[in-house]
Design a protein around this ligand. Sequence first.
Ligand code: ATP
Ligand code: MG
Length: 270
Amino acid sequence: MASRIIVVTSGKGGVGKTTTTANLAVALASMGNRVVAIDGDIGLRNLDVIMGLENRIVYTLIDALEGICRLNQTLIRDKRIENLYMIPTAQSKTKDAVTSEQMKGICEDLRNDFDYILVDSPAGIEAGFRNAAAGADEALVVTTPEVSAVRDGDRIIGLLESMDKSPIRLIVNRIRPQMVKKGDMLSVSDVLDVLAIDLIGMVPDDESVVTSSNKGEPLTLSTDSPASRAFKNIASRIAGNDVPFQDLDGLDSNGKGFLGKIKRAFFGRC
Ligand SMILES: Nc1ncnc2c1ncn2[C@@H]1O[C@H](COP(=O)(O)OP(=O)(O)OP(=O)(O)O)[C@@H](O)[C@H]1O
Ligand SMILES: [Mg+2]
């Protein structure tokens, strides 16, 4: 199988990129793939904590780039799942500690050894995002169903297109079906009206995500919570399987209510 390098991005911060990267890495490895998750959010190290691997860090991505160690010495093997690894980043460095060319080199070096290389990126459109995305073939854009997050997502999709990433697919995270039903939250179809890219998954707002992050045990390792099922479905779709979408009741609010007006005001469409 040809190796795939996928960057997990968003316009707005805090929408669930790191959570998504960790859960998809675990789910893809559980399906029998060789997977490495790279923390591309330099200076704000997080992925190691969410994956529960922070106590095992010896060398970071930056050490490899500075020639302090070899790239394979930065790989932390996840003992809970066969064929799952992560590469941590440094907390002390700034986002420009890595260049796009260096990031491309790292990703290419890993291509021979892994089926999936997932890169967790910092939010936004600055150099940190460009570097994290530089080595990727394809992209996953994460957004929550909030107007500001969707608008920033639109910006990031434009940049990813200009960087020739393909496919660029969307994950709508933290959906609250009851709020969508009442017209108090954008539905997934509202989001898709604005961000005209393919949807690859919808993840409900699920408090077990918070507990699992605190414990360093991605949900897809074991539990069968709604968010865990959603992430497993996304992993399966990434692998090319045709998995029906869960009914989160939020697929269609038809732009009704005050959100319909907000959408028109902010995005000038619909
Ligand atoms: N589906 C979900 N249900 C409930 N909480 C969630 C969900 N997804 C993410 N969260 C919570 O949202 C917060 C932000 O998640 P995360 O750190 O993954 O976002 P991020 O996009 O990586 O943030 P940053 O831009 O700062 O890197 C965390 O506290 C996480 O536990
Ligand atoms: Mg993050």
